[in-house]
Design a protein around this ligand. Structure first.
Ligand SMILES: [Mn+2]
Length: 322
């Protein structure tokens, strides 16, 4: 896949003009928004740029293997400094990133760049590089780096591969296209270690997490009317299994192995009083992003999510799916 030449030039010129650059990863960061942020950071550091990495939430320990990830801060004071350039990665909107209010408080005069792959992306920046066919934001960045003909470093390749691995569930979800695998192949050629990335991300479950997964699996239920299979986890489940909320990551991707329905829905209660829904499909004619947008969420056609206030029993009534 290629990036429009003028866009690649526009972004490289914005970087060339900038001394101080703020890179924002979305709230509740995953391997893609962090992989993209640190691939970019490692590249910008090689150009001797001053970079600041912000995320509303702190770095999950599992991603500390990403080179330079120790630089991530959730200190709001970074928004009191002046930047020439602000780059958001893997964020469909400023609100999704969790920085809509913080950004408006920044001193004006900066260029805003949005690099993403979400179908629901609102094209909210001065320069928007959004490729919805890409399996991850890091796949988009890979094409950008290829267009720029950068000097590849192992650190950059590792960060990009992390986003590809985590957003595709280890190259198994339907977003995984030939170009995704080609990009991954190139990254391995540039020195990224696939096994190291897998061991730090998808292949690092502990017993408590798998007990929680077991609970979710034991509750699988089919709703014939919608050709949907769903399951749920309550706050009590997390406490009983001594697992934290991030332990559910991967359940909905894993359920692609299920052959009895076209749509998967995993519901979980969060500690701050919301119910998060995670939806998956392998069908080309179903648009889950559109469905989830109606509920205030978003995502991709085949993988999307939403968040609604309330307990499970209340939200179930409202959804009237399950
Ligand atoms: Mn992503």
């Amino acid at each position: 896949m290629n990036i429009a030449k003028d866009k690649a030039i526009q972004i490289s010129q914005a970087i060339a003009r900038a001394d101080n650059i703020l890179i924002v990863s979305h709230a509740k960061p995953d391997g893609d928004t962090l992989g993209a942020a640190f691939a970019l950071t490692n590249y910008l550091l090689s150009l001797n740029k001053n970079t600041t990495n912000f995320c509303l939430d702190t770095l999950p320990e599992m991603f500390s293997f990403l080179p330079n990830s120790y630089r991530l801060t959730s200190d709001h004071l970074v928004f009191t400094k002046k930047y020439d350039l602000v780059i958001l990665v893997d964020s469909g909107s400023l609100a999704y990133a969790g920085v809509d209010k913080l950004i408006t408080a920044l001193q004006p005069g900066f260029t805003l760049i949005n690099i993403d792959h979400h179908a629901s992306n609102a094209h909210y920046a001065d320069i928007n590089l959004v490729i919805t066919e890409a399996a991850s934001c890091t796949e988009v960045l890979f094409y950008l780096f290829v267009a720029w003909q950068i000097n590849w470093q192992v650190d950059i390749a590792t960060c990009l591969l992390c986003g590809l691995v985590t957003d595709t569930g280890g190259f198994v979800n339907p977003a995984t296209q030939y170009h995704t695998l080609e990009a991954a192949g190139e990254l391995v050629r540039h020195g990224a270690n696939l096994w190291q990335v897998l061991q730090n991300t998808a292949y690092r479950q502990n017993i408590n997490n798998l007990k929680l997964w077991g609970l979710a699996f034991s509750r699988l239920k089919k709703v014939v009317k919608y050709d949907l299979v769903y399951t749920f986890l309550t706050q009590e489940d997390f406490i009983n299994c001594e697992a934290d909320e991030s332990a559910t990551e991967g359940i909905s991707n894993f359920l692609h192995i299920l052959k009895e329905a076209k749509i998967i829905l995993v519901l979980k209660e969060t500690s701050n009083g919301f119910v998060k829904g995670s939806m998956r499909t392998a069908e080309d004619d179903i648009d889950l992003a559109k469905f989830c947008q109606k509920l205030g969420g978003g995502g991709h056609k085949k993988a999307a999510g939403f968040s609604l206030p309330g307990k499970l029993s209340y939200v179930n009534n409202k959804l009237s799916i399950v």
